[in-house]
Structure formats: structure tokens, C-alpha cells
Design a protein around this ligand. Structure first.
Ligand SMILES: [Zn+2]
Length: 406
């Protein structure tokens, strides 16, 4: 399980955060802690809503006296205010937030982790001990002295600990372009390596199967909304686990290849592409369903996070024109059947996916932007290619004009 990460201000190193989830046996004592923490969060939200704090620390000042009455360790007050402030300040929320789920969060100062035994405070001078269960993979994080431990989130089923790692940024001598399609991931590198990963085809089949299962569930449970929801959640989660698991294999291979060959990774910025497949765009329902279950986001997320964890640089580039121009001469290609394209200028037939990945590989990234006066242009930002590769020219996509780094 991976989570957000950030570039550290010091140049040359990258800070990556990974959160690792452990299973454990829950106890009665914890359920009352969960309930208290939930009430504390909701109290803090109520205070935030009334007093309108400017930041988290302001909320702590306002809510401290009220939350102290719960008699828990002071760190719970700080965490409850942090949780409350983050949901309160969420710009997209539509109503006053309310926390229903049982969980608790603690900062890295308040808990201890010794091998797989974790100690968390309850009241002042009292503690709960949790025996975590983990595989060798989990152990490698716990016992690694180079990793810093971050906050811990405990739910009824799992203990999730975040680990921070500072890695020196990899000095890269070449680039790798990744083109993500519905059924494959195509990779081209500056050292001449080309490969198509077919795992996304399996993902498409899984998604198709589950779509049928879901349709059957909603048809057969028409009279009972609760059962329907329960079953849909169950199968939805199962589908998610099966698909993300399939994507890990190619993304692992891609990142380890890039690291071994000292390559930077370039991917298309595909944010906003779902707009193309909305209701009312004149497409069939099944086509929209298929395109909207395309797993490019998860694939890119995995590549991005794994690359960061290894210190491999990665960029998102503008996808415009990436499958309509020849990567060798830049002229317009003609589309043929079977996902093939033909360049009249070079008299050469290309595989469409390989062509796209080579174009992405050749994209100029902001760090290497040519100086003023140079006659090079960023490929894809050239206004002579009005067609973008998604809509066959029919739908305009509002994407960022420049490919910028993360
Ligand atoms: Zn050409």
C-alpha cells in the first residue's frame, strides 16, 4: 500500500512515504478507545464549525479544554484536531462532516514499535500493547534502520504505519516513455528497449466479468437495498484487489528496469480524460463503461510511487499528438487497421502503441526545457497538431497545456 510523497527541499534527495498495513487481533479495550476518539473528532468538528479556526493549531487551542475531559493521553487531542481540521477544511464537502467509522490516529511521537510489538498510550501512564502480524515484506520495513516512522492509523482490522525514506535522486542518462492503453502498457527507452506488457488485458477481462456479476446482483436484489449494497461492496472490493494486484507486476518490472539502466520515466498526463466518456457524448453505454474502467490512473500511480521510492525521476508530459506524429521525422502519420500507423515521409509502418511510447519518450520535460531562441519546441505543444489523440478531433479536452513535473 502506497501513499503520497513529496520532494524534499534539499536538492539531490527525494523523500518518499509508504504506508504499510499490518493485521492484528483487536481487543475490547480498543473498541472503547475508538469510540472515544470518534466522539473527540466529532466534538472538534463541531467546535471548528462554530469558531471557524484559521488552522489546525488554532483549532487545538479552541478545542483543548473540551477534549481534555475525555481523560485520554494528550496526543489524542492533537490527532483528533488534525483529523477534524482536515475534514472541516475540505473544499469539496457539501455538508457538516461527521465521523462514523471506528479508527484512531496517533503521531510518531506517541507510539512505540519494537519489532512487531506496538505500544500505544491510552490514559496518562497507561498503555495498550498490540501484537502485529506481518510477513517478511512487512518485517523488512520495521527492521530497516534507514526508514523513519510516521503516524499510525489503527482500525478494527489493521494497523497502518507510514514509513519515510530519503533516497538520493538517481542520476539518469536516458529516458523511458510509457504509453498506457486499454489492454497493454508499452515501454520504449532511449537505449533501444521496447516492450509491451499485456497484463492490462487480464484486467479488462476481470472488469468485464465483474460488471456482469454486479448487474446480476442489482437485478436479483431489487427489493432489498441493504443486501444489494452489502453484496456490491463485497464484490467491488474483490474486483479492486484482483485488478490492482495484476498491475503490480508490470509496474515493478518497469521501475526496476529504469533503475538498473539509469533512466528517467515519462508518462502522459491523462487527468481529465474521463470527460470524454460522459453521458451525453453520443457513445454507447457499454463503450463508456469500458473506457471508464480503464486503469491508467492506478497504473500511473503505482509507477510514480515506486519510482519515487527508488529515487528514479519521473515526469508527466502533455499527451497531445503523441500518436499522430512520426517520432523520427515529426510528420503526420496515417492510421491503418490493426493499431498500425504509416509514416509517408519515412515510408515506415509503426505499431501505434510503440509510436506513442516513443513520442512520449521524446517529450521535453521542464527540467530540460530548451533555452529561448532555440528552434526546438516541446513536442505536443506545437499548435500545428490540432488533433489530440483521444477524441479523434471531435471532443476538445481541457488539459494543461504544458507537461510539468510533479
Ligand atoms: Zn517519419
Amino acid at each position: 500500500m502506497l501513499k503520497k510523497q513529496s520532494m524534499s527541499p534539499s536538492r539531490g534527495t527525494v523523500q518518499a512515504v509508504k504506508s504499510i498495513s499490518f493485521t492484528y487481533v483487536s481487543s475490547q479495550q480498543l473498541s472503547s478507545l475508538f469510540e472515544d476518539f470518534r466522539l473527540m473528532c466529532n466534538d472538534a468538528i463541531r467546535i471548528a464549525n462554530k469558531e471557524k479556526p484559521r488552522n489546525r493549531f488554532n483549532l487545538i487551542e479552541l478545542a483543548y479544554a473540551r477534549l481534555k475531559q475525555y481523560g485520554l493521553h494528550t496526543h489524542y487531542i492533537l490527532s483528533a484536531c488534525e483529523v477534524a481540521y482536515s475534514v472541516y477544511s475540505n473544499k469539496r464537502r457539501k455538508c457538516v462532516p461527521y465521523i462514523k467509522r471506528a479508527f484512531l490516529k496517533l503521531d510518531n511521537q506517541s507510539y512505540q514499535l519494537n519489532h512487531l510489538l506496538s505500544r500505544i498510550p491510552t490514559n496518562p501512564r497507561n498503555f495498550v500493547f498490540l501484537a502485529l502480524q506481518g510477513s517478511d515484506y512487512h518485517m523488512s520495513f520495521v527492521d530497516d534502520p534507514n526508514l523513519k516512522k510516521g503516524s499510525v492509523t489503527i482500525t478494527e482490522r489493521s494497523v497502518c504505519i507510514s514509513f519515510t525514506r530519503e533516497v538520493p535522486a538517481l542520476e539518469h542518462f536516458g529516458c523511458m516513455g510509457i504509453d498506457i492503453n486499454e489492454r497493454n502498457i508499452t515501454v520504449s527507452t532511449t537505449n533501444g528497449f521496447e516492450h509491451k506488457f499485456a497484463e492490462l488485458g487480464e484486467v479488462v477481462e476481470i472488469k468485464e466479468r465483474y460488471r456482469e456479476i454486479m448487474a446480476k446482483i442489482s437485478k436479483n436484489t431489487r427489493g432489498d437495498g441493504r443486501i444489494c449494497k452489502k453484496l456490491l461492496t463485497k464484490y467491488g472490493k474483490r474486483e479492486e484487489r484482483r485488478t490492482t494486484q495484476r498491475i503490480h507486476k508490470p509496474t515493478n518490472e518497469i521501475v526496476s528496469y529504469a533503475r538498473a539502466n539509469r533512466l528517467g520515466i515519462k508518462m502522459e498526463r491523462l487527468k481529465g480524460i474521463r470527460k470524454l466518456y460522459r453521458k451525453g457524448n453520443g457513445q454507447t453505454k457499454s463503450f463508456r463503461g469500458r473506457m471508464n474502467s480503464w486503469v491508467f490512473g492506478e497504473t500511473q500511480r503505482q509507477v510514480d510511487h515506486k519510482a519515487r521510492w527508488e529515487g528514479v525521476p519521473d515526469w508527466f508530459v502533455n499527451p497531445r499528438g503523441s500518436s499522430s506524429n512520426c517520432p523520427d521525422c515529426g510528420s503526420r502519420v496515417v492510421r491503418l487497421a490493426d493499431r498500425k500507423v504509416y509514416c509517408p515521409a519515412c515510408d515506415r509502418t509503426w505499431d501505434r502503441d510503440v509510436l506513442a511510447s516513443r513520442n512520449i519518450m521524446a517529450c521535453v520535460v521542464p527540467q530540460a526545457r530548451p533555452s529561448k531562441g532555440s528552434n526546438e519546441v516541446e513536442r505536443g505543444d506545437d499548435d500545428s497538431n490540432p488533433l489530440n489523440r483521444w477524441g479523434e478531433g471531435s471532443v476538445a479536452v481541457d488539459n494543461n497545456r504544458q507537461g510539468t513535473g510533479t
